[in-house]
Design a protein around this ligand. Structure first.
Ligand code: C2E
Ligand code: MG
Ligand code: MG
Ligand code: MG
Length: 279
């Protein structure tokens, strides 16, 4: 009896593994086909200057518009795209779309694009950025590339060389999700970042946790002393925004202003302050 159970369990396990591997293969085939079928779409989320309230940039966020499954968030396909190397092509698509869209916006509004560590290490990176800039005709100074701390972990000489090369082109570099990875202050010294994005996890507990408040205060202070812009991610309410303003955080991004939306909604999201009609 015990033996039969064991065997049954084993078989079930084996079938389970097989099903998972198969699901993965299907998703990979689906991803490749999706690139051919143009199912990927870039959404944009506004980033506002805290002091003036002006929209200063949009972050490009990738969506998969799946014919059966509907809109799929990046967490559900980026990891596999990274494993299979498809992220390089996907990343090129995002770069091109973002630059092509942004060139139609007011020229004081920048565009931020996320770079996967895999894409960052690919020998194509500099050429993809150069191509996206040239094809769109956008001023390189309007493009911000967001990298995470994980990029800085390995191979620091090659990484620094790439970062310097991008910066020499006029592109700006942001450190995304700051505080969640293997944060090291030495990163801020070895490379001059243009912007630090404070991770949403600190912002969400801003009003309820003293320690989150202390971390925000420290990071905004650091940014001020180093001359680096600080952007708070995931700002969802006015209380958070007010606390950030008090700490002198430069920019804010979050559902309070808008969720990410398609390019066709950018004009609506810009919502520039209008001159008051004179009384
Ligand atoms: P991220 O770069 O940190 O982007 C911010 C994420 O926070 C986005 O999730 C955005 O929709 C979400 N968010 C913004 N405001 C709020 C808020 O107020 N509350 C909450 N709860 N969430 C908010 P999304 O679009 O699902 O993207 C998740 C992550 O996927 C991104 O995190 C980024 O790491 C990655 N990603 C997205 N697009 C791309 C891409 O084109 N290339 C690469 N390599 N990664 C991408
Ligand atoms: Mg980002
Ligand atoms: Mg982020
Ligand atoms: Mg984040």
């Amino acid at each position: 009896r015990a033996k039969a159970d064991g065997r049954g369990t084993y078989r079930f396990f084996e079938t389970g593994m097989d099903a998972r591997a198969q699901a993965r293969r299907l998703l990979e085939m689906d991803l490749r086909a999706a690139l051919q079928r143009d199912e990927f779409q870039v959404y944009y989320q506004p980033i506002r200057d805290v002091a003036s309230g002006r929209v200063v940039a949009f972050e490009a966020l990738l969506r998969w518009n799946h014919p059966q499954r509907g809109l799929i968030a990046p967490i559900n396909f980026i990891p596999l795209a990274e494993e299979t190397g498809l992220i390089v092509q996907l990343g090129e698509f995002v770069l091109r779309s973002a630059c092509t869209d942004a060139v139609t916006w007011p020229d004081d509004v920048d565009v931020a694009v996320n770079l996967s560590p895999v894409q960052f290490k690919s020998p194509n990176l500099i050429a993809s950025v150069t191509d996206a800039l040239a094809a769109s005709g956008i001023d390189a100074r309007r493009l911000e590339l967001e990298i995470t701390e994980s990029v800085l972990l390995q191979n620091s000489e090659a990484t620094l060389a790439t970062l310097h090369e991008l910066r020499a082109m006029g592109v700006r570099i942001s450190l995304d999700d700051f505080g969640t990875g293997y944060s090291s202050l030495s990163y801020l010294r070895s490379f001059p970042f243009d912007k630090i994005k404070i991770d949403r996890s600190f912002v969400s507990e801003l009003a309820t946790r003293e320690d989150s408040m202390a971390i925000i205060r420290a990071v905004t202070g650091l940014g001020r002393s180093l001359g680096i812009v600080t952007t708070a991610e995931g700002v969802e309410n006015d209380v958070q925004l007010e606390l950030l303003r008090r700490e002198g955080c430069t920019q804010a991004q979050g559902y309070l202003f808008s969720e990410p939306r398609p390019a066709s909604d950018v004009a609506m999201m810009l919502d520039r302050p209008r001159l008051r009609a004179s009384a």
